[in-house]
Design a protein around this ligand. Structure first.
Ligand code: FAD
Length: 402
């Protein structure tokens, strides 16, 4: 088989590493490896990235990684900082306020849209020596030594071999999925405009149907005046699938009335809504696939968006995998022992992210009175314990290294 030279791609070849999926996590890995000297091929099924405007809350820790990858300056222009987070429950007492200044940060996080993050990372990855192919759909992976990847590209069936295949396909292949929980919920995302400025405060409000997040987003509402005055928001409204379908179909005025009823008056009256999309929600978890194959990002774990952790965790997967690849001899790359070392390295961060997110869904998506009281007490206690609040903020910002 011919080997790949630089950015060119001739046909059936071999590489050191094949990355399956050029979403934000796969592209980030290609960037982490840009100075590794390894032959890297990234295969992305879509002809062109972007298109998905779901809002992403990036942690401050993710910003630091994106800075090191050189993509933060382009993203910063479209990102809205989060400086305060207010957590409450509908129909119950107890609330928590988290402030960047209390935790010792200038910002707690940033609101950006998925399409922009994916596009910036993909563009930067394409400018490295990796061969980044779009319109290349992987149809099978084989755990041989070396591993084999079959894919369709330019109307032909192709095959690549590699010491390591990284599955970053968002879970599309369903490879090694060991556990699936259908939350029986959908997240409706939208951009809304309100009367009052957001003052860089994000709200998380727990309702009986599911959590409702209202994130400051000055850059994407499409209403220039509202953006200048900081009255644009990104909404992530988790609810039942039937209610989500209705929320997407109803007239804008009716939608805004429902939002007012669910969220309350903290942002003033809502005056406009655009771009409503519904996403079904599952939790999926996979184990190490097999020798010479590793999973990262949503392929390894797909989380409920309640705590805004999915991409932040996936970015740390990519960063740590890149560090292990560049920090060790590549002789054993992809072997069973090498993969076990990577799984151990990621175990704590992944376990905490999955467990914390799932516990929030379980605890807050229930309207039983004793649970409401328990939640209210928990929120009130948390509000009175600055060290515990700061621990939570640092964990959500940096993972276990926080
Ligand atoms: C409503 C909602 C809100 C969210 N909010 C947040 C948030 O606030 N903060 C946060 O951190 N996370 C959030 N997330 C989670 C976040 O979107 C995901 O964790 C993140 O997109 C995972 O990135 P990924 O690259 O692993 O997978 P994906 O984004 O799914 O990308 C996978 C890529 O692989 C490609 N692909 C698939 N199959 C193939 C194939 N066979 N061959 C080649 N390529 C293939 C796809 O085309 C795609 O480009 C949210 C998710 C949802 C649904």
């Amino acid at each position: 088989m011919a080997e790949i030279a630089g950015n060119e791609f001739a046909g059936n070849e071999s590489a050191d590493i094949v990355i399956v999926g050029g979403g934000p996590v796969g592209s980030a890995l290609a960037l982490v490896l840009r100075d590794s000297g390894l032959r890297i091929v990234l295969l992305e099924a879509r002809a062109a990235g972007g298109g998905d405007a779901r809002p992403l809350a990036l942690s401050y820790g993710s910003r630091l990684i994106l800075e090191r990858l050189g993509v933060w300056p382009a993203l910063a222009a479209t990102a809205t900082p989060i400086r305060n987070i207010h957590v409450s429950q509908r129909g119950g007492f107890g609330r928590v306020d988290l402030a960047a200044s209390e935790a010792g940060f200038s910002e707690l996080g940033y609101v950006v849209d998925y399409g922009r993050v994916a596009h910036s990372l993909a563009q930067a990855a394409a400018a490295t020596s990796a061969s980044c192919l779009t319109g290349a759909r992987v149809t099978a992976t084989h755990s041989d030594d070396p591993a084999r990847v079959n894919f369709e590209y330019e109307g032909e069936q192709r095959e690549l071999t590699a010491a390591l295949v990284v599955l970053a396909d968002g879970g599309a292949a369903g490879e090694s999925i060991t556990e699936v929980i259908d939350y029986q919920q959908c997240a409706v995302t939208a951009r809304v405009v309100s009367e009052r400025p957001h003052n860089n405060t994000a709200y998380e409000r727990f309702t009986a149907q599911g959590p409702l997040a209202l994130l400051p987003d000055s850059k994407n509402s499409g209403d220039k005046e509202a953006e200048l005055e900081g009255r644009g928001w990104a909404l992530v409204w988790t609810t039942t699938p039937e209610h989500a379908r209705q929320l997407c179909a109803m007239a804008p005025g009716v939608f805004l009335t429902e939002l007012r009823a669910a969220f309350g008056g903290r942002a003033g009256d809502f005056t406009a809504v655009s771009g409503r999309v519904a996403y079904p929600l599952h939790r999926r978890r996979a184990q190490a696939a097999a020798d010479h194959i590793v999973l990262i990002g949503n392929a390894a774990q797909t989380l409920h968006p309640v705590a805004g952790q999915g991409f932040n965790l996936g970015l740390r997967d990519a960063w740590e995998l890149g560090e292990q690849i560049t920090g060790q001899s590549t002789d054993a790359l992809g072997s069973g022992a090498w993969l076990s070392a990577y799984q151990s390295r990621r175990r704590l961060d992944r376990g905490a992210g999955i467990g914390f997110t799932h516990a929030l869904v379980e605890l807050f998506s229930n309207d039983l009175l004793p649970l409401r009281i328990f939640r209210g007490t928990g929120l009130a206690l948390l509000g009175c314990m600055p060290p515990l609040k700061n621990f939570l903020v640092r964990r959500m910002t940096f993972g276990p290294r926080g």
